[in-house]
Design a protein around this ligand. Structure first.
Ligand code: AMP
Length: 285
């Protein structure tokens, strides 16, 4: 089937009506565009598991806490369309902000207990924007499954919890982080890095992996692990660390001693570009 583009809610409903009537399994991949192999891994998984695949492409103003970040966010609509086509996507929903927010958004979705950690600590309102737009997209597409990357771990935890606590009838599928050969997690923001910044960027993933290996080797003192990681990252003067944390993978609360599986998550700036990444870690048996 050829890719159908829907810009409005009624075009989306038209594009989905046959699938809905036929009881087809709809899969949804929400994105902000500037698609890369991380996104296409989600599209491919949806293609393999669902009858009809809907990609959504919406740079959501509600989740940006800095106006310059929203302005500078890469937008590559024509490339994105071709990528969706190549990966067998059926419907590309690209609403404008006016379609998604025709008036003030008076009702929003908060996951307050999960928002104070990691990215939420320095990006006030970000996850309210994410949870609200994902709720709207899930209501509009009404998929059986929706696909999200572990790259945005806090986002994945918040969306899983939201779907559980608000009884939204969708299965959330969390997908592995796709990386460049040198370990850097793929991100639309990588396009904004200068060659010098791009050259040092893989250090973030390397430090996360080293910390995960240290945990696996039996080092469970989180403050020592974090101090060592921060020291290694700080040795590269281009990096400005936002956070480096070892957290419970369900509650996102920091752990002091690693006695069970954890998530190690970090955010750091290279110039004005903010990179995030995370890995799993488990203590020895
Ligand atoms: P974004 O367009 O950045 O909002 O991302 C859309 C979806 O793609 C989110 O579920 C992200 O977690 C996921 N994603 C982004 N980068 C990657 C990656 N490197 N590997 C896997 N999934 C990713």
């Amino acid at each position: 089937m050829a890719l159908r583009r829907a810009d409005t809610i009624s075009q989306l409903d038209d594009a989905l009506s046959d699938a809905r009537r036929g009881g087809q399994r709809i899969g949804c991949v929400p994105t902000m565009g500037a698609l890369h192999a991380g996104h296409t891994s989600l599209l491919d998984r949806a293609r393999a598991e669902c009858d009809l695949v809907v990609a959504t492409l919406f740079v959501n103003p509600l989740q940006f806490d800095r106006a310059d970040d929203l302005t500078n966010y890469p937008r590559t609509m024509e490339d994105d369309r071709a990528i969706c086509e190549r990966h067998g996507t059926d419907v590309l929903f690209c609403p404008t902000p006016e379609v998604m927010y025709p008036g003030p958004q008076l009702v929003t979705v908060d996951a307050t207990p999960l928002e104070g950690f990691l990215c939420g600590a320095t990006r006030p309102g970000h996850f309210r924007g994410v949870a609200t737009v994902v709720t709207k997209l899930l209501n509009l597409v009404a998929p059986e499954r929706a696909y999200f990357g572990q790259k945005d771990f806090q986002q994945l935890v918040i969306i899983r919890t939201m779907v559980r606590d608000l009884n939204i009838g969708v299965e959330i599928v969390g997908c592995e982080t796709v990386r460049d050969d040198d370990g850097l997690a793929l991100s639309s923001r990588n396009a904004l890095l200068s060659p010098n910044q791009r050259a040092v960027a893989p250090l973030l993933a390397a430090v996360l992996n080293d910390t995960s290996s240290a945990v696996a080797a039996g080092n469970g003192d989180a403050s020592k692990l974090i101090a060592a990681a921060r020291a290694t990252l700080s040795a590269e003067p281009q990096f400005e660390i936002d956070y480096f944390e070892i957290v419970d993978p369900g509650t996102l609360e920091p752990v002091s001693t690693v006695t069970a599986p954890v998530r190690i998550a970090a955010a750091a700036y290279l110039g004005t570009t903010r990179l995030i990444d995370n890995v799993a870690a488990s203590p020895p048996d």
